[in-house]
Write a protein that binds this ligand. Sequence first.
Ligand code: FES
Length: 293
Amino acid sequence: MESESGGSAAAFGAEASARENKLLWPRQWLVVGREDELPQPAHYFTWERTGVPLLILRGSDGEIRGFYNSCRHRGAPVVREARGRNRALRCQYHSWTYDTLGRLVSVPDERDFVDLRLEERSLVPIRVHAAGGWVFALEPGADTAPPMSPPRQSDRFRTIRTMSLTAACDWKVAASRLADLALEGAGDEGDPIGPNGRVAGSDEFGVGLFTWPTSPTTCEIQAIVSAPDWGEEDSPADAPEWQARFGRLTRAVERAAGTASEEQAGIDLDGPQSASAGTRAICEAVGRLTDGS
Ligand code: FES
């Protein structure tokens, strides 16, 4: 991997992590969730997996939008809950309040803010795109075309289970081990989605696996499982076939996390040469994405 100065850039460790935070994550469409998490206007969730606080919400007009979760008064988080539904998003600090389109609609005592123009203090938007039931987000300034709908994914599916596991390895090592996994029920390793994920599915279920950095030496493996929408019926999650499916997926992900941690322990942090071929391929792809300015 060539650095901006022409030298060899580290693929792992604090230097690589800092470079990815600056040049990778802000430039890529990232999977931040699923459309069914926002079933009605005013439903929202917050997201911060790459260190930048985002707010994703469905507006009163039915559109899904994204914003930096940062109040235009002094930058405090506007929303502190992981998810919820509220038509008036009120910052806890001084009660500036925004609507579901991100517009500042009220300030407690406007006389304290001479020359304040509410229309100039809307939440700062990010780009959001929905495809195949997934919600993607991209920070402003990145000139990247919206992702295509992932193959074999249906927007008629609904999230039935999410799982999260911490692995003692760089996210790229975990991603390479997950790429070897025959995703539950699909019989193969699925299709790439973004720089850090893959999805698989059939008529009966969908699964997305993502690896997110939590430190230069640890990551989160996130699994999102979806099923055909069950409408007003009870969720089928407790049915034996789904419990068995969750169990198989959990064990497979735990095994992948274990082998990724073992691989990480044998990697020379000065370079990816000692990593597996799959990990080296991911490091090279990330190197291309973070090359240049
Ligand atoms: S920081 Fe949000 S109202 Fe002051």
